[in-house]
Design a protein around this ligand. Structure first.
Ligand code: UN1
Length: 485
């Protein structure tokens, strides 16, 4: 039976006032309705914002370590349910069970990390030029913050936005993506059971045009953090910042892996497959360009194509499956459309390229993992984010050309190089325009204790995760204390 989920406003699970709902469909099996959720209006969102505003006075007075304890308790609760929550995540999002459970455990790590950060909310002290003066800073919360999160990391991203906001003393209204809102409900439930007071964290499901718009425009919302497409993010940034509120946007990527002549090609292939194909390529940190030095491009290409052909695509609940479906029909069409664009631009389709059909494939949105060769840096498939299991190989003559090609896109989220040449590795680290830089690894993946975010068109605002996450959710107060006037 399909489970009904509700909004969480002021500590109560409630339907949308209109009573309207929408369905959450398993992208691997569209006969599986994973959940039914409130289709909220602006008035539901206003109720959540008002609950958050009312809870702020008290919550912001709690000692931060006391707030942190709730996170630790929620970590234990979520960890004990990792299997169950991971399964729900896989059913609503489509990634493999291993990835679904892995993301849930990453959320446990986020709870633990930010639980500890609650004890490390530091300010600074400064020498004053005035006698008898203690000069220092403290960080204070902003008030109500709005979070708009995507479907591709449906529990980790709500956590890595909400947790730093909460430990700093803010109250939160979270709007999870309509395509996968159950995972965020599981996070909220764990925090509720851990003792989070009513109104401190509120969850409202529904469309961007109602819930998202209200969060963007309501003057009671002092900051909005968003992860999603560039089209939505840039517009949101204009709307939110024009009314003087803070706005943080994590958007697209066009992330390269550079393969030098000395690279271990088997490892380079594994990194490329992991970065480009896992989670069906639906990560802002996914690899979408393999920039390969000409002397090794043939061998790299052969090995990559051979490996990609062996990938098993299917329902992520089957433990032997490596690649799940695209999130929905529109995403699938977009991926297939880019494949057509690549062919029309003259790139060489080396494997994949088709929708998968027949048997259980007909129940979902499955696409073959796809590799293009002979890709030129200016082609649309080398410039635009595809958000699917598609990688293009670009052959280059030199290391310098590899860096130039890597940088010549509007995005700058993550990058990788495969080499044992230390000098080249450092040259790359210092010249690549990306916020997250890997050497001998894949482009995706993010540990919770370090900053996450991009250069150029990939991000606006300060970094997420790590201790710097607190910057976005706080304001600095400078105190001149004349103790000996
Ligand atoms: C990862 O690479 O594991 O939306 C995290 C995204 C990113 C998160 C990527 N904000 O895909």
């Amino acid at each position: 039976m399909t489970q009904e989920y509700l909004n969480y406003i002021n500590g109560e699970w409630v339907p949308a006032r209109s009573g309207r709902t929408f369905e959450n469909i398993n992208p691997a099996d569209t006969s599986d309705i994973v959940g039914v959720h409130p289709e909220s209006d602006r008035e539901d969102t206003i109720a959540a914002i008002e609950a958050a505003e009312a809870a702020f006075a008290e919550w912001s007075r709690w000692e931060p370590p006391r707030r942190g304890k709730i996170l630790f308790k929620a970590a234990q609760i979520l960890e004990s349910r990792a299997e169950e929550v991971g399964r729900l995540l896989t059913r609503e999002e489509g990634k493999t069970l291993k990835e679904g459970i892995g993301e849930t455990l990453r959320t446990v790590e986020l709870l633990e990390f930010f639980g500890g950060e609650a004890r490390r909310l530091t300010g600074e002290t400064f020498p004053s030029q005035q006698p008898g003066t203690f000069l220092y800073t403290i960080r204070e919360p902003l008030g109500v913050v709005g979070l708009i999160t995507p479907w591709n990391f449906p529990i980790a991203i709500p956590a890595w936005k909400a947790l730093p906001a909460l430990i700093a003393g803010n109250t939160v209204v979270l709007k999870p993506a309509s395509l996968a809102p159950i995972s965020a409900c599981q996070l909220v439930k764990a925090l509720e059971e851990a003792g989070l007071p009513p109104g401190v964290l509120n969850l409202v499901t529904g469309p961007g045009r109602t819930v998202g718009e209200e969060l963007a425009t309501n003057p009671k919302v002092k900051a909005v953090s968003f992860t999603g497409s560039n089209a939505v993010g840039t517009r949101l940034y204009d709307v939110v910042s024009s009314r003087g509120a803070k706005c943080q946007c994590e958007m697209g990527g066009k992330n390269p892996i550079i393969v030098l002549e000395d690279a271990d090609l088997d490892r380079a292939v594994e990194f490329t497959v992991a970065g480009a194909m896992w989670s069906t390529g639906q990560k802002c940190t996914a690899t979408s360009r393999a920039i390969v030095l000409k002397p090794v491009v043939r061998e790299f290409t052969e090995k990559l194509v051979e490996r990609v052909r062996r990938l098993k695509v299917g329902n992520g609940l089957d433990p032997s499956v490596e690649i799940g479906p695209a999130i929905d029909e529109a995403a699938l069409k977009n991926i297939l459309n880019y494949i057509e664009i690549g062919k029309a631009e003259g790139a060489k389709l080396l494997c994949g390229g088709e929708r998968l059909t027949g048997g259980d494939y007909d129940k979902g949105y499955f696409v073959q993992p796809t590799v293009f060769g002979d890709v030129h840096p200016q082609m649309r498939i080398a410039q635009e984010e595809i958000f699917g299991p598609v990688v293009g190989i670009i052959a280059v003559d030199s290391f310098e050309e590899a860096i130039e090609v890597a940088n010549n896109v509007r995005y700058g989220l993550s990058a990788s190089i495969v080499t044992n040449d230390l000098k080249r590795a450092f040259q790359y680290i210092h010249s690549i325009q990306a916020g997250i830089v890997h050497v001998n690894g894949q482009t995706a993946g993010a540990e919770v204790q370090v900053p996450f975010g991009g250069y150029k068109g990939s991000s606006t605002g300060t970094r997420e995760q790590g201790h710097v996450a607190i910057e976005f959710y706080t304001q600095i107060k400078t105190v001149y204390l004349h103790h000996n006037p």
